[in-house]
Write a protein that binds this ligand. Structure first.
Ligand SMILES: Nc1ncnc2c1ncn2[C@@H]1O[C@H](COP(=O)(O)OP(=O)(O)OP(=O)(O)O)[C@@H](O)[C@H]1O
Length: 257
């Protein structure tokens, strides 16, 4: 399988605390990959390393075969769009301004007419037209999350990397977003996401990876939810309830074990 992102022998520590140890993993091009793992297991640290936000790791991260540290700022922006888990704005930007910052790598601080047309298109694509003139810091958590996803789309990257994209979203928008991500992949893009909801992950994604013991373990079989692996990762029992083609994967604690 052609790889969009390949991680080779990645190690990372915060001071004396080792977070990532000998991570080797490949995320396929035009695939929707999901990384599952417990709180504090190193998922965000991994994503920050592979998007170049964190430096100081040992090992190699390649984007379509090219070491990420050899890409220019613009090349990186064209290849990779990253939705972080947390973001804050100091300035009371409008939603339109926030979206335009997604073009910064291409248009600098002088947005073009084309960029403004893109704003309208992205807002329409996400059903957020009503927010255009609103101040970003005054939006609800879910609205902010959708705007940040819009900002990613403004960048039009080939590889979309998201840290808990369904954070703050209501159930409608969770499904809306997962459908969009699936559609991006059908359109030729690559999506790699950290998720905390196994049911959503198994209903929409193609490939599965688990953060376990400071490293990334690929699913042995992506076709069915691996309950043993989920138990090893989360230290709790899971139930798989197939409903037609839809997997429903529930944590059930000590029940049904
Ligand atoms: N800037 C930092 N400095 C020191 N330690 C950090 C820093 N950021 C994260 N850590 C620690 O590194 C570990 C991994 O954190 P990370 O954010 O990668 O976990 P995660 O798997 O993404 O968790 P969650 O699911 O809760 O978001 C945690 O123990 C965390 O406390």
């Amino acid at each position: 399988m052609e790889l969009a992102i390949e991680i080779k022998q990645l190690n990372f520590s915060y001071g004396k605390q080792t977070i990532l140890e000998n991570v080797n993993a490949g995320f396929g091009t035009r695939r929707f990959s999901v990384l599952l793992g417990t709180n504090g297991s190193g998922k965000s640290t991994l994503f920050k390393s592979i998007t170049g936000i964190l430096s100081g790791y040992k090992g190699v991260v390649e984007v379509k075969g090219c070491p990420i540290d050899q890409l220019t700022y613009k090349q990186k922006a064209r290849q990779i769009g990253f939705l972080p888990q947390f973001y804050q704005t100091v300035f009371p930007f409008t939603v339109e301004d926030m979206l335009l910052t997604g073009r910064a790598a291409f248009s600098g601080f002088a947005p073009t007419e084309k960029d403004r047309v893109m704003v309208a298109e992205v807002l329409a694509e996400l059903g957020l037209e009503g927010l255009r003139k609103k101040r970003f810091p005054q939006l609800s958590g879910g609205e902010q999350q959708m705007v940040m996803i819009g900002r990613l789309l403004m960048q039009h990257p080939e590889i979309i990397i998201l840290d808990e994209p369904t954070n703050h979203l209501d159930v409608y928008y969770q499904h809306f977003l997962m459908n969009k991500l699936k559609a991006f992949v059908a359109d030729g893009r690559t999506v790699i996401a950290i998720m905390h909801n196994p049911t959503l992950a198994y209903q929409f994604a193609d490939d599965f990876f688990f953060m376990l013991n400071k490293t990334v373990v690929p699913a042995a079989n992506a076709a069915v939810p691996e309950l043993d692996m989920l138990k090893a990762v989360y230290n709790t029992n899971f139930l798989h309830i197939p409903h037609d083609d839809l997997p429903i994967v529930l944590p059930v604690g000590d029940r049904y074990c």
